[in-house]
Design a protein around this ligand. Structure first.
Ligand SMILES: Cc1cc2nc3c(=O)[nH]c(=O)nc-3n(C[C@H](O)[C@H](O)[C@H](O)COP(=O)(O)OP(=O)(O)OC[C@H]3O[C@@H](n4cnc5c(N)ncnc54)[C@H](O)[C@@H]3O)c2cc1C
Length: 285
């Protein structure tokens, strides 16, 4: 940070160093990962903290580990690194598409998984709906110790996390899933998406949907699952045209948010098309 801003940056060298530095700073401090969200605080007319703890160089937060049972993604893994690490991994097509479609190449080199999930009041996160569909959990270090919670819970509480809390990683249980991610930016690249639909389906040997999760991002203040649609898709083949019709009939469960980029009604109106595209992507994977 430039000295003229009156802010200071401490670069942590290990996880325990970061936890201690954040505890010292209390409410005056916050983690700084890729800084792509923090650097734009003035554009959003938000106050910056007086002190930041740099966590982007901590090796244990920058690893992606794949075992037969689970995938563990360190909080400081960038979008670009995530794409490289998970390309071709079973069940990860949707997550890779989410990371690959977000922002632009320069931002993807810097922006981290933890920063994306922890950017409060950010409705247009691509990773959130993709991780909701995968039933992912987040691991945290809090002043009281370690904690684990579902991604959906983190999205609910991220604005009120206790000072000193650090997300350390995301954990996904490995399952045989077909996944797809569809997003609608207003222009081709670089925009926040108007709406996002992510889908993860488990198909039986007869091709019928045994389990399915659908999550919607950017339409409301925070990404969330679409349980009514999930229930209607169960027990039948995953048919993109039928999914589109069901989504058209049921999209009224969402109350689209108004913003300068797009009106709320439009965000809801595009959902059936995105559901169809997400289902097509899942079947193609
Ligand atoms: C031009 C542009 C276009 C974009 N388009 C998209 C898009 O299409 N889709 C999309 O999903 N995103 C988009 N983004 C947002 C981008 O993905 C986020 O800015 C980024 O993911 C934030 O990650 P970061 O590492 O830079 O976080 P930082 O800016 O470092 O931090 C963001 C917030 O999270 C907190 N934080 C960071 N890491 C942790 C942690 N481990 N534990 C606890 N708190 C933490 C920080 O204190 C801060 O409050 C765009 C951004 C830009 C600049």
């Amino acid at each position: 940070m430039p000295a003229s801003t009156g802010q200071c940056l401490y670069v942590a060298t290990s996880l325990s160093d970061a936890v201690a530095a954040l505890a010292d700073r209390g409410p005056a401090g916050a983690p700084l990962a890729g800084a792509t969200w923090i650097m734009r605080a003035p554009i959003r007319r938000e106050e910056r903290r007086s002190s930041y703890v740099g966590i982007g160089g901590i090796a244990e937060l920058c690893a992606v580990e794949l075992t037969d049972d689970e995938i563990r993604i360190g909080a400081c893994v960038t979008h670009a690194r995530l794409i490289a690490a998970l390309a071709g991994a079973e069940g990860c097509d949707g997550l890779v598409a989410a990371a690959g479609g977000a922002a632009n190449p320069a931002v993807r080199q810097m922006a981290t998984v933890g920063g994306n999930l922890c950017a409060s009041d950010f409705p247009a996160s691509d990773l959130s709906p993709a991780l909701l569909c995968l039933d992912a959990s987040v691991e945290l270090r809090t002043p009281g110790g370690r904690e684990r919670m579902p991604v959906g819970r983190l999205l609910d509480v991220r604005c009120t996390l206790e000072p000193g809390t650090l997300v350390t990683g995301v954990v996904i249980a490995r399952k045989s899933l077909r996944t797809g991610h569809a997003r609608l930016p207003l222009r081709k690249a670089g925009d926040y998406p108007v709406a996002i639909v992510s889908m993860a389906a488990a198909l039986g040997s007869d091709g019928l949907v045994e389990d399915i999760k659908v999550a919607v991002g950017s339409v409301e203040a925070s990404a969330r699952r679409w349980p009514q649609l999930e229930e209607q898709l169960l027990g039948r083949p995953l048919d993109p045209a039928r999914a589109h019709e069901l989504a058209k009939a049921g999209a009224g469960v969402f109350a689209g948010r108004e913003s300068v980029e797009a009106p709320g009604w439009y965000r809801v109106q595009v959902l059936p098309t995105l559901v169809r595209r997400a289902a097509q992507a899942a079947l193609a994977g």
